[in-house]
Each structure stands twice: as structure tokens, then as C-alpha cells.
Design a protein around this ligand. Structure first.
Ligand SMILES: [Zn+2]
Length: 228
């Protein structure tokens, strides 16, 4: 049986046990976690007599941890059966999957931990993103999605994450910027040293940075008030 735990308690466990939050949570929830080479999916969960999560052992470790957090979030939110596929880390249009991913992000990257890493250093630099991802055992894409969620909290005026992925098209949040501008920023960041490109617009200081994997290119763009 799945032990009963409310969401706040679950997040508390993840915070105290960072970076092994989801693993510890699985223990406490008495979820059976199995690792198998799966084909065509990243993992799944079922909740019958006992709760079982299965994870694709062929996937990169950061992806396996995301899948674990994702499936645990399904169990906590009582959407008890799920199959998860590659790709939709943060850009899914499905409401249920979106709230599951949201909770998974909070498990893997607790706000308190992020605040400690970032401190007063905004805009957040690429090396900080890299440091957080490494410490938390998650991908840089996952990290920037979480930073974007916490923007306001971190005194970032505005930010967005845009992904140029597998389908060779932009996944851009509504109102972020037109796709031709994203393409221009992609070019500018990839030509800049360290994949960071700073530019000013009126009273705002902007920083765009690029994260590349074999299958996607992700832009994280922050806008902060210029110090007077
Ligand atoms: Zn799911």
C-alpha cells in the first residue's frame, strides 16, 4: 500500500533530503521502484495493491531521476496510472501532466535550495545554472525551467525558456518573443563566448543563455531591472 502523505509533507522530505529527495520519498511512501531497460517510454507507474514505479535504466541518470519524481508526483496527486515518454519535460499542453511536472520540479529542486545557490546574484549566470544542475542531479533544461518558475521569487523581472527541439521548431511560451527573435537570440548566444549574450532594452538588463544537448537547444532569457 502507498503510505499516506500530503503534498507539503512530501515536499518537506525532499527539501531535508536534497539532493536525494525523490529517492527518500519513494522509501517513505513505500513505493516499489524498479529499473529495467524499457523501449519507447521513460517509465510508468501503477497503483493497485501496492504502488510500483518502473524506470527506463537505459536513459541518462538525470532523466531517470526526473522520471522517478514525475511518477511519484502522479501517485501523490492520485492520478495513479501513467506512462511517460521522452520529450515533454516542461512544454506539454496537457493540464494534468503540467501539474505533475510542476510538482516533480519542486521535489527535485526545492525553492529554498535554489535561493541559497542564487543569493543576490541576478541575472543568474550560466555557471550557476550548471552548479545547481550538478548538485541536484538534474538536467540543465530542468534547472532553467525551475528557475523560470521561481523568477519572481528571485527578483527577476521577467524570464522565459524556449526550446528548439527534436521537431525542429520552437516551443515558446505565449507572449515571450516572436520566433524569429528567438532564432536571432539562438544565433547570438551560440556565437558568444560561453554561450551567454547580454543586451539592454530601455531600463532592463537582459541575459540570454544557451544550453545544448544532442537533441535540443534551449534558451533561457532573463530580464532584470538595471541598478541605478
Ligand atoms: Zn505523466
Amino acid at each position: 500500500m502507498l503510505a499516506v502523505l500530503d503534498i507539503l509533507d512530501a515536499l518537506g522530505i525532499c527539501r531535508t533530503n536534497f539532493p536525494r529527495g525523490p529517492e527518500k520519498l519513494a522509501d517513505q511512501l513505500r513505493v516499489v521502484v524498479e529499473y529495467f531497460p524499457l523501449h519507447g517510454c521513460e517509465g510508468w507507474c501503477v497503483h493497485g495493491d501496492s504502488a510500483i514505479v518502473c524506470i527506463n535504466s537505459n536513459s541518462p541518470p538525470v532523466r531517470q531521476r526526473f522520471t522517478l519524481a514525475h511518477e511519484l508526483a502522479h501517485l501523490l496527486l492520485h492520478t495513479a496510472t501513467d506512462v511517460s515518454f521522452l520529450g515533454d519535460l516542461g512544454f506539454t499542453g496537457d493540464d494534468e501532466e503540467r501539474s505533475v511536472n510542476n510538482l516533480a520540479a519542486q521535489m527535485l529542486l526545492p525553492a529554498e535550495v535554489i535561493r541559497e545557490f542564487v543569493g543576490q546574484a541576478i541575472p543568474i549566470r550560466k555557471e550557476t545554472v550548471h552548479g545547481i544542475a550538478k548538485a541536484a542531479g538534474v538536467s540543465e533544461l530542468m534547472t532553467v525551467l525551475r528557475l523560470q518558475q521561481l523568477s519572481e521569487n528571485l527578483s527577476i523581472k521577467d524570464s522565459f525558456v524556449a526550446d528548439f527541439g527534436r521537431e525542429r521548431n520552437w516551443q515558446l511560451p505565449r507572449g515571450a518573443c516572436p520566433s524569429h527573435r528567438a532564432t536571432e537570440l539562438l544565433k547570438l548566444t551560440s556565437e558568444s563566448t560561453g554561450g551567454e549574450y547580454a543586451y539592454d532594452i530601455r531600463d532592463r538588463e537582459n541575459l540570454a543563455m544557451l544550453f545544448s544537448t544532442d537533441w535540443s537547444q534551449t534558451l533561457f532569457v532573463q530580464s532584470v531591472e538595471r541598478p541605478r
